[in-house]
Design a protein. Structure first.
Length: 306
């Protein structure tokens, strides 16, 4: 085994154990984050060209299937449904496979398929990529059809059970205005709730791919159920919306811009919020508007209170 492969396996093993420990302790948000980050790193390795990989094609297929299982466990932790979920006991069966990937030659224990061959960057990873000059001015990239196929199911969660005296928030993401809306491929929005330090307060949710694009707008018309009662959110929390799209030339899904809504903006009815340049600044320290043009994220809020 090469030193590079040994190092990769050690890092993956440590991340896998960290995720299952969080899972066992009931720290679900932390477990979900660890699973998703590891899944993306495994997927990245599974997609590596032969000369740039430490693993054979068969080994990469197994690695990709482990990534799928991590995503399934992550989805199970975010679901209120008990049926057909991927259990922690199932996931733990994969640790020895990952640890011994170079010698593993048995049939994979679960009937799963590798995630689609598309690079999805781990959180913060894209900050180290070269700056994309077309983000504000547009002009680069080929156009795509006027409507999008529903190929990405999203990770939307159902509304929480109501509690007396507590308020739940549904946000309908109507549309986002972008100068180059017609050039965005497979766009979706990642929604997260962060505290002042950028730490997740609820599970992260992805919308399905947008419904359509029209002029300078990408239309979603999708409801997001915030996964914590408003009264239980910490002071200074904010709800973030990261607009992501696929970059075929670079073969990865990239964040184009982001917006956020602070607690004093939570009120029934329509709201438009400004768009900011990436990388996403969850601590809200160094914000730069995406453009001087009047383009915004259009939302509609509904409050539910017993």
């Amino acid at each position: 085994m090469s030193e590079a492969a040994r190092s990769l396996l050690q890092r993956w093993g440590a991340s896998f154990r960290k995720g299952t420990d969080f899972d066992s302790w009931g720290q679900l948000v932390e477990a979900i984050d660890e699973y998703q980050i590891l899944a993306r790193h495994l997927q990245k390795e599974a997609q590596a060209q032969h000369n740039n990989s430490e693993f054979t094609e068969d080994q990469k297929k197994t690695i990709a299937k482990i990534a799928t299982c991590l995503e399934l466990r992550s989805a199970a932790l975010q679901s209120t449904q008990s049926q057909d979920e991927f259990k922690l006991e199932d996931l733990k069966k994969l640790e020895p496979i990952l640890k011994n990937i170079l010698t593993y030659n048995k049939e994979f224990p679960f009937d799963v398929q590798p995630v689609p061959l598309r690079k999805i960057l781990a959180p913060g990873e894209e900050e180290h990529l070269e700056f994309e000059e077309d983000d504000e001015e547009g002009g680069a990239g080929a156009g795509s059809p006027d409507s999008f196929p529903a190929r990405v199911p999203g990770t939307l969660l159902p509304r929480l059970p109501s509690e007396p005296g507590m308020t739940l928030l549904t946000i309908n993401i109507e549309k986002i205005g972008l100068k180059d809306a017609g050039q965005c491929i497979d766009p979706y929005i990642t929604v997260s709730v962060k505290d002042l330090n950028g730490i997740d307060l609820t599970p992260v949710q992805d919308t399905p791919v947008a419904l359509r694009k029209e002029d300078t707008y990408v239309h979603f018309n999708v409801d997001i159920e915030i996964q914590k009662h408003i009264e239980k959110l910490t002071k200074g929390a904010a709800i973030f919306f990261e607009f992501k799209h696929y970059k075929p030339k670079k073969r990865f899904t990239s964040t184009k811009c982001f917006a956020f809504m602070e607690m004093d903006e939570i009120k029934p009815g329509a709201i438009v919020i400004e768009l900011y340049k990436k990388p996403t600044d969850f601590k809200r320290k160094k914000l730069q508007l995406l453009t001087k043009k009047p383009l915004y994220l259009h939302l509609h809020q509904t409050l539910h209170k017993e």
